[in-house]
Design a protein around this ligand. Structure first.
Ligand SMILES: [Zn+2]
Length: 289
């Protein structure tokens, strides 16, 4: 069986929730499941190395009818071997690899060459998109709220504040209408000039974050994903026009089209002592209009 030699074309970065495509490969999995590779898809797969936004839900429809997409994972092809999901040993975009969206289905799979339609669950996608935009805004607001905590010049974010989020982030998880970000404040961050005592009162920091978020949501601002091309592994950037500047956060996920679509964004912050430092958790919630 031949495997694709070019990346899957992905349309979800522009907000697409349906697509038609051709089956390029079907990989048999355990328990009568299969991973279906298409030339084009609107289905967002979870990324293996940075699994912040979960896979879309939806259906794959052939002449035989619709089948549930049980999961959508990132696959990488190298030396004629397809590595799926957790078995993918490289980051999306690694040189010499082809990256594909693998739609996992149950039961008789379509045949190579079949035309199929992908329909993504729009409500679930919309709730993830709202949470993902809110998550990025909260990260920028957190950078701003902690800007006075640095004793020396640090790399800055797009709005000119020391890039606490980029320097300290360990893990980010998007859920429908909420996200959880985990930061680590250890030796390397302290050496860069971060003063840990700035987080002695996390509720006070959260208050400043929430005040900034409320201002941004009230004003609104267009959001888009910029990308060099439509291949799965193309570098994509989250661009949001805020009153204080234009953002440029690398991002593989999906978003609302305008900050004003978020009727409310609030975060809560908690800290705990961990080996060698402090861990900060930021829980962000939003309601979408
Ligand atoms: Zn993102």
């Amino acid at each position: 069986m031949t495997l694709p030699t070019t990346d899957t074309v992905v349309t979800y970065p522009d907000g697409a929730t349906t697509s038609t495509g051709t089956v390029l490969h079907v990989e048999p999995l355990a328990d009568e499941r299969s991973a279906v590779l298409l030339d084009t898809t609107a289905c967002h797969p979870v990324d293996t190395a940075w699994p912040d936004q979960p896979a879309d839900r939806g259906t794959l429809t052939t002449d035989q009818g619709p089948q549930l997409i049980l999961d959508a994972v990132t696959g990488g092809i190298h030396d004629g071997v397809l590595h799926l999901g957790a078995a993918l040993p490289v980051r999306t975009g690694a040189d010499g690899w082809t990256f594909v969206v693998a739609h996992v289905i149950d039961g008789p799979p379509p045949a190579v060459g079949d035309h199929v339609q992908v329909d993504v669950d729009r409500g679930y996608r919309a709730a993830l998109s709202a949470a993902h935009t809110a998550c990025h805004l909260a990260a920028l607001a957190l950078d701003a709220a902690l800007s006075a905590a640095w004793s020396k010049a640090a790399p800055t974010d797009a709005l000119g504040n020391p890039a606490f989020d980029a320097l300290a982030i360990q893990r980010s998880r998007i859920h429908p209408l909420r996200s959880t970000d985990t930061y680590r404040i250890g030796r390397s961050l302290r050496r860069k000039g971060f003063t840990t005592s700035a987080l002695d009162d996390p509720a006070a920091v959260a208050e400043r974050v929430n005040a900034q978020l409320a201002r941004w949501v009230a004003v609104g601002g267009p959001v888009r994903i910029e990308r060099a091309d439509d291949a799965l592994s193309a570098r994509r950037t989250w661009v949001c026009e805020l009153p204080t500047g234009l953002t440029d956060i690398p991002c593989g996920g999906t978003h609302v089209r305008d900050v004003a679509e978020l009727s409310d964004v609030t975060t809560s912050l908690t800290t705990r002592e961990v080996d060698g430092g402090l861990e900060l958790s930021m829980e962000t919630r939003t309601t979408a209009t």
